[in-house]
Design a protein around this ligand. Structure first.
Ligand code: HEC
Length: 115
């Protein structure tokens, strides 16, 4: 009985996670404007770094660090010519920030399991 409840909970959590990921992709490629600098596939442009590799320039790759960076932007980029504005210059709700952060994190986590 207890095990069934735990399984059900895990299932709901997993489904919720998937939804958050696709919602995050929508923000990334849509109103979040992230794609304008990071590229539609998030592999980077001369304006902003690749987010699908395992190399992080400004953060440690953890979800809280990614959330914080999206909120503040990057006023002084390390390797790129122009700053990232807070939330990419868009107005995002907390839910949208969390979703796009989870999406960004999933891009590199997927990679590291393949490699
Ligand atoms: C105006 C261009 C621009 C937009 C729009 C933009 N970024 Fe960025 N982003 C940057 C720059 C520049 C950096 C810092 C690169 C550096 O330090 O050299 C950065 C860094 C990051 C990093 C850290 C990468 C690392 O390797 O440390 C993440 C994560 C990120 N952006 C996510 C996002 C998300 C999510 C959005 C949309 C909400 C977004 N960005 C919108 C330009 C942009």
């Amino acid at each position: 009985m207890r095990a069934a409840a735990v399984t059900l909970f895990a299932l709901i959590a997993a489904t919720g996670g998937l939804e958050a990921q696709s919602a995050g992709q929508k923000v990334f490629q849509g109103k979040g404007l992230c794609h304008a600098c990071h590229g539609k596939d998030a592999r980077g442009t001369p304006l902003a770094p690749n987010l699908t590799d395992n190399e992080w320039i400004n953060v440690d790759g953890s979800l809280p660090a990614i959330v914080a960076l999206i909120r503040t932007g990057v006023p002084k980029p390390v390797r790129h010519p122009a700053p990232m504005p807070p939330m990419g210059g868009a107005k995002l709700s907390k839910g949208e920030i969390d979703a796009v952060a989870a999406y960004v994190k999933s891009l590199s986590s997927d990679r590291s399991t393949i490699r």
